[in-house]
Design a protein around this ligand. Sequence first.
Ligand code: NAD
Length: 283
Amino acid sequence: MNEFNFSNLKDKVCVITGGAGVIGTAMCESLAAVGIRLAIIDLNEELSRKLAENLSTKYHTKCLGLAANVLEKESLEAAKAIINEKLGEVDFLINGAGGNSPQATTAVEQMDEGDLDQLEKTFFGLQTVGFDKVFALNFTGTLLPSIVFARDMAERKEGVIINISSMNSYRPLTKIPAYSAAKASINNFTQWLSVHLAKVGVRVNAIAPGFFLTNQNRFLLTDEKTGEPTPRGLKIISSTPMGKYGEPEDLQGTLLFLLSDLSRFVTGVIIPVDGGYSAYGGV
Ligand code: NAD
């Protein structure tokens, strides 16, 4: 028989990477609220420590803010040693660090004849350095923490990994070829790892958020000077049947469901939380 609440999550140990970011912060709030012990990993040590302190005080659960780089295995292993000592063995991992880079973004959505004189605005002006960065952060930045933190789970034959995908993983969005391909790789890896770890009791799923106005996409969706939505921002709203951007808090219910035993037979899925964007054909 299931427990129809999240009480069995209390005192579980969860590592969240990129936990001090916009979406990470909302996720951390819900995790702490149900009594999960949190290890908030982020490049930004000050933010992750402050968040951990605030959540510990507010929800009376142990929270640690740690600086670590998801691209450096040694730094993740050093963080794991501290987490194991201060919080216990790891039950859950949320791979939240990720994002796009302006260096892997074209200035125009579709190339036309006029752009032949200004190739720097098109696909032909992109540099591989931008692709390398975006692939590293999103793919390698999910792979390495999974290698480091899922070991505790496999050994105890119990655990959950949640990756963060995106709408662009299903069909690429214009302008952001590297980010789209990198998030597609997250869906594929989520399925692969779910199969690989199924018999050692570790479930692996992903959440694909729709459109949330955050630091990494603000430059594409709002005019820097006026704060008004760009044509791209307006297009997103009109392509989202619910007619608005998501709030980071909209991800909390799906997150807790995927961590809890209520989803104990769910593995290898990518759940869109998108106000209907992925269901809508535009007409
Ligand atoms: P954000 O930039 O606010 O947060 C990302 C956090 O990751 C930051 O705190 C940053 O310091 C940290 N980080 C970056 N590189 C790191 C590294 N190498 N090691 C450790 N930490 C690192 O971004 P966000 O909007 O909260 O996005 C979180 C996740 O959600 C990302 O995977 C993003 O791709 C995904 N996502 C966001 C949206 C959206 O609309 N914002 C939509 C779909 C998916």
